[in-house]
Write a protein that binds this ligand. Sequence first.
Ligand SMILES: [Zn+2]
Length: 421
Amino acid sequence: MKLYSTLSRQLEELPAPPGPIRMYFCGPTVYQRAHIGNARPFALGMWLRAWLRERGYDATFVHNITDVNDKIYDAAPGRSAELAAEATQWYLEDTGDLGLGMPDVVPLATEAVPSIVAFIEKLIAGGHAYEAGGDVYFSVSTDPGYGRLSRQKVENMEPEEQSSLKRAVQDFALWKATKPGEDTSWDSPWGKGRPGWHIECSAMAEDAFGPVFEIHGGGLDLVFPHHENELAQSLALGHDFARIWMHNGMLTRGGEKMSKSLGNDMTIRGVVDTWGREVALMLLLSGQWRKPLDFNQTTLEQARAQLETFRNVFRSPSEPVGDWAAFEAALDDDFNTPEALAVLHGWRDHELLRRAFRIFGLESIAEKEEAPAELVALAEQRVAARDAKDFAEADRLRGDIEAAGWSVRDVDGGFQLVPRA
Ligand SMILES: [Zn+2]
């Protein structure tokens, strides 16, 4: 199986099964309901884990939560920890409702502070970091390969934040001294403070897997500075880090990147409540994970129509048509889910389809939807009206059933009620 890596800018072959394949994907900063863009790396990680296990791999998925951060302080002055705890629960509920199961470990940054402090101490001891006014900064000039992931020259990089305490403008914070208005802090050798963002992932990935693991993932917007800095910190301790870097394309809305700051976000909760989890998953599957994907009324409706096409296959008799090798080839080639869906559209074998949809958490497509009892009663009245040759009444009843969102089909020996797409 091959996956594209941002680090090498090419497809990388995975080791032979059983691996192991250890995956760490960056999760959200928690201060409000997560937007649907956060569902993409989550779903990608869960699907990839399911597929790797199907292929005989020992696959593990770790997905962290950033629960201490400037955004959280700004969102809830005086009660940042409470908001972070609440929003963590929202994220677990909302991603849980996607019906894909949960990652093996969901570590919290605030619970990793001892590992983070120990990591920073090693960086200082190795001459890669320095304390200044209660902050600690990573010294970028000690890493001759800095910029290796985002392929930028140091002098062209946009500095993350300004501080007179930094020796060089590109240096970045590993530890931040507590400032007025911040209501959480931890003791450290440098005084009270809290971890910087990038160091948490280096420390939590090492806690979960040891220093070296197979796949690091996250949104394309994390390449720089977040992942560039993670990589620099971890390499500075003298060992390798993640081998393959998977960066998923951004979700867009009307072509614009979807983000909270632009105010054009849709939440996972909102999409699942309005469209249902199956539509959300089908839309995510319909795009290759590296490419941008537009979430709008039209693409959501297309995903719903696609689900309906698959449901119709299950309403028809099963036929032994389906080629597992073609499905496997699509997913083994950089996890090409749109190609895999195209393969599935040619299948008529219910058992094989069920097996494939189970990987994507969509085996529910095969389930028969039960029509509400009152619609079944209307359909029965319609049969009676037709038998009595009262076609006007039969048409009226059909109209009532359709108005309720279902279609009635005449089949041998009776009727079938099918939800309207
Ligand atoms: Zn991260």
